[in-house]
Design a protein around this ligand. Structure first.
Ligand code: COA
Length: 224
């Protein structure tokens, strides 16, 4: 039988741990709330507001979904459908238009929008500042480019913007979900995204058709 003092010191330890855990989540939530109150997360990175390469001149903006024009919201959804519908349909997720729209138009959604100098919309990323597994993270929900501008370095540049925004705002990591049947998951691996510890362990493609990748904020690693 453990001695009485041992028992009480153990429960004290447990209480202390729980308190620390609650405090950690409270601080994480504060960071997420501060980031979500930003007017324009891209404003502090003037060098990353323009991309020029091989005759392609692109300008970027970050906006909350609620500040986007209806026509832009329609284009965002249409591009996602054109790029992804088939991939969703050929795995157990299926393509559920209503559910996808709800996710993309959720009021917590932020958008990084890419436009040419001729005012053509050519790509976007949907991201959110959020709590994931108890940590403050930037969750990248989508990165979608029009076919005509793919494979010209724009996706890489946009991921750099996403990471700058995440780490400037003290998010612990950038997290994203990729479909295993999407050959473009290779792009994120090329960008040094690694299997996240929260990625479900399952070799059965039919049961779990996705994996979770992430990149850690090196600046904050030593604080844990
Ligand atoms: C995936 C996507 C965002 C990549 O953007 P991109 O502008 O075409 O890619 P980039 O030209 O910036 O490529 C950057 C690097 O990744 C590599 N890369 C690009 N696509 C790749 C792929 N499918 N597999 C492996 N590597 C890839 C490039 O070779 C390049 O390498 P380098 O830095 O050594 O030159 C874009 O192709 C796209 O929108 N595809 C359709 C939608 C989609 O699948 N989105 C991802 C959802 S999970």
């Amino acid at each position: 039988m453990p001695r009485k003092e041992d028992k009480s010191s153990k429960s004290k330890e447990k209480r202390q741990k729980r308190k620390e855990e609650q405090m950690k989540i409270k601080l994480a939530q504060e960071k997420v709330d501060i980031a979500n109150r930003l007017e324009d997360p891209l404003a502090t990175f003037p060098a990353f507001q323009t991309f020029i390469k091989d005759g392609l001149l692109v300008q970027f903006q970050t906006k909350k979904v609620t500040d986007l024009d209806e026509s832009v919201r329609e284009w965002i959804f249409d591009l996602t459908k054109r790029n992804m519908k088939e991939k969703y349909e050929t795995c157990s997720w299926g393509w559920n238009e209503k559910k996808k729209k709800e996710e993309m138009m959720d009021e917590r959604a932020w958008y990084l929008i890419a436009k040419t100098d001729a005012n053509d919309f050519i790509g976007f990323s949907h991201f959110r500042f959020d709590i994931d597994e108890g940590l403050e993270v930037l969750y990248c929900y989508e990165l979608q480019l029009e076919t005509i501008v793919q494979k010209r370095g724009l996706g890489k540049f946009m991921m750099q913007i996403i990471e700058l925004i995440a780490f400037k705002n003290d998010m612990k990591k950038v997290v994203l979900t990729v479909l295993k049947n999407n050959p473009n998951s290779g792009f994120f691996k090329k960008m040094n995204y690694k299997l996240d510890e929260s990625s479900p362990e399952d070799s059965d493609y039919e049961t779990i058709p996705y994996e979770i990748l992430s990149k850690l904020n090196k600046k904050l690693l030593s604080n844990d």
